[in-house]
Design a protein around this ligand. Structure first.
Ligand SMILES: [Zn+2]
Length: 373
């Protein structure tokens, strides 16, 4: 097997190849040029030749330390020489064709991991970026214990982060256009697909119909967390006894006694809320998002906010979908804390504590109820 580093080979063949030394930047040259939309990334896995040996890098090269960095970043490297090893590709789960899952890793010159497959190239690219960055840092004196293993999840996060970069300005522009046309919240009431209760006090039970009757949900004061705060929705509606003034967006395990993420059973809703936008801007945003996401309810908090309750989408349960939703919410100046599974929000139909104003339901669409599916 050829065990020489292709990056060094190409440098010797074509001295005029590249103008950018990837070792001197934080990202490989192929990533810096990345302006492609999702689905059409550049080709980051082609060998990244060096135009000339980097004197600083060569002088400081410590193959033992480099090997240590590589071993920390990627488990299970089998070293065949002091500069070359074989390991399972960090993106092997993406390999679409049969064949070896092994990738080659070189730590002389421009340290590089190579994989035959194309489907994993973005993962490999992110791995190489981190490999080179950590080698550079360690060779400049950073302690080894600052180097962290790269997991499949952490690599996937990096890939998604890179993919989303070109979209952030678009999301922002869309958002600014939306809030430039504020909407009176009465428009939400008028457009409520399900008629709203006539009495505010009945909002609670109309609202709870969005959940499945068997869902165990939490209601109560935010600081409360005992078995008494958990009940099945059907029981709450039938018994007309509800704790307030807050309610969970998720369902919990039947034996839950604490409102914590570990006890969450199913994500049911994502609440979109903003502490910075004026209410007419929030209304405009919720109405615009309604075109894409299933808006199940809007709750006026009795303060400065509208809470848009969107039925949880399957894609948000996947890492990439969740990251994109979080990034979009952030672009829209909304609160990402809503992604915490156990987070409670204001229940409609009760007085806002410390005020004489009701938290109330101003939009309801029971077509997005879990009772119907
Ligand atoms: Zn691969």
């Amino acid at each position: 097997m050829n065990t020489s580093n292709p990056a060094l080979e190409s440098a010797s063949i074509d001295q005029a190849g590249l103008e950018v030394n990837p070792l001197l930047s934080d990202k490989p040259a192929t990533q810096q040029a990345n302006s492609c939309p999702i689905g059409a990334p550049p080709n980051p896995q082609s060998a990244q030749p060096r135009t000339q040996p980097d004197p600083l890098f060569e002088a400081d090269a410590d193959l033992g330390r480099r090997m240590e960095v590589a071993n920390t970043l990627l488990e299970g490297i089998e070293w065949e020489t002091e500069t070359y090893g074989v390991a399972q590709c960090p993106g092997h789960h993406l390999h679409s064709t049969a064949g070896t899952d092994h990738a080659r890793i070189y730590i002389d010159g421009t340290a590089t991991l190579y994989c035959f497959h194309q489907s994993c190239r973005e993962m490999v690219d992110e791995f190489n970026w981190e490999l080179r960055r950590q080698i550079r840092r360690v060779e400049r004196g950073q302690p080894m214990d600052r180097v962290r293993a790269m997991t499949t999840d952490s690599l996937a996060r990096r890939v998604k982060h890179t993919q989303m970069k070109p979209f952030r300005p678009e999301w922002r522009e869309w958002f600014l256009n939306v809030i430039a046309k504020p909407v009176h919240p009465a428009c939400l009431c008028n457009q409520s697909p399900t008629p709203l209760p006539e009495r505010v006090g009945d909002d609670r039970f109309a609202f709870l119909r969005l959940f499945h009757p068997d869902d165990v949900i939490w209601t109560g004061e935010v600081y409360q967390s005992s078995s008494r705060n958990f009940a099945r929705v059907g029981t709450l509606i039938g018994g007309k006894k509800l704790r307030g003034p807050s309610v969970s967006t998720a369902s919990f395990t039947s034996n839950a006694t604490r409102r914590c993420c570990e006890n969450v059973q199913l994500r049911r809703f994502l609440v979109v809320e903003s502490d910075t936008l004026a209410i007419p801007q929030q209304a405009a945003l919720l109405m615009a998002l309604r075109e894409e996401w299933p808006l199940a309810a809007v709750v006026y908090t009795g303060g400065k906010s509208l809470h848009g309750w969107f039925r949880w989408r399957d894609e948000w349960s996947q890492l990439e979908g969740l990251m994109e939703a979080k990034a979009r919410i952030h672009s829209y100046e909304c609160d990402r804390a809503a992604f915490t599974p156990s987070q409670p929000f204001r229940l409609p139909g009760v007085l806002r504590p410390g005020t004489d104003r009701f938290q109330s339901l101003i939009y309801l669409n029971l077509a997005h109820s879990y009772s119907n599916h």
